[in-house]
Design a protein. Structure first.
Length: 274
């Protein structure tokens, strides 16, 4: 007696799920390319973190510039570099975000290692086989078995799929903006050093210092005003880099994980009973 068409379609669907799980676990796993792409993201985050720390160190030195003298026994001190304090605080926050992004990529590497372990593949195949047999014979499966299979599928496949999709979006839409913004940040320390290298250093007698400082005070103010003017461009680049890494390490992974969860639920759902 031939089987009803709905039952044939259900069993064909179960066979398709079995083939996809087996192929994904053993024949054509995507763990290696996913790990390579997460490593690329980690390198970008660490490179940006190093650039942020270098810029922060140079700005901190410029911020600490202070001129002291005691003409006639009277102490005179001024610190033009304190105008750079807001910029220095922004750079410190930027470096903290880049460190967090690096940690996020590191966590993804750990999750990839867990999901790619051969024991996880055996476990996924075993639970998938139990679910398929249960559905094949009885037409339905227990809720706990469905939940277990969905969770294991997410552990095994969600992170590498999200990593591959995330890197693909980065290369298509974000790579050029990242390179342009990073290039500007990497050149910024040189601009600060060039702008402040003529700052007066108190090494002569107080009379000689006053004679040298007085003509240069307007130029010293202009130097720091020039740095602050350039800081608007640095701030724009910093905000752009923060947005790129927040998108790549928080927003997109959550979106892809949610999409994977919905897809797994749709694939394992029970047939609607009338």
């Amino acid at each position: 007696m031939p089987l009803p068409k709905p039952l044939l379609l259900q069993r064909a669907y179960l066979l398709l799920i079995a083939v996809l799980v087996f192929v994904g676990c053993w024949v054509a796993p995507i763990d290696a390319p996913a790990r390579a792409q997460v490593n690329d993201g980690l390198k970008r985050a660490l490179t940006t973190f190093a650039a942020a720390r270098a810029l922060g160190a140079v700005v901190s030195v410029a911020q600490g510039t202070q001129v002291d003298a005691t003409p006639g026994g009277v102490g005179v001190s001024f610190a033009p570099g304190q105008a750079l304090k807001p910029l220095n605080e922004l750079i410190e926050q930027f470096a903290a975000v880049m460190l967090a992004a690096s940690v996020s990529f590191g966590i993804q590497l750990v999750l990839l290692s867990i999901g790619a372990h051969h024991l996880m593949s055996y476990l996924v195949c075993a639970v998938a086989l139990a679910w398929i047999v249960w559905r094949w014979r009885r037409g339905s499966s227990p809720r706990w078995l469905q939940s277990a299979l969905i969770g294991l599928l997410l552990v095994r496949f969600a992170v590498p799929l999200a990593a591959v999709a995330n890197e693909g979006l980065y290369r298509v839409f974000m790579a050029n903006d990242y390179q342009a913004a990073l290039s500007g940040i990497e050149k910024s320390p040189t601009a600060v050093v060039d702008a402040t290298q003529e700052a007066p250093v108190a090494q002569e007698g107080w009379r000689d210092r006053i004679e040298r400082w007085l003509p240069k005070l307007p130029n010293l103010k202009a130097t720091y005003d020039q740095i602050l003017k350039s800081a608007s461009d640095w701030a724009e680049r910093i905000v752009k880099l923060i947005a790129l890494f927040v998108l790549q390490t928080i927003v997109l992974p959550l979106v892809f994980l949610f999409a994977a969860w919905r897809l797994a639920r749709a694939a394992i759902r029970e047939p609607v009973r009338k």
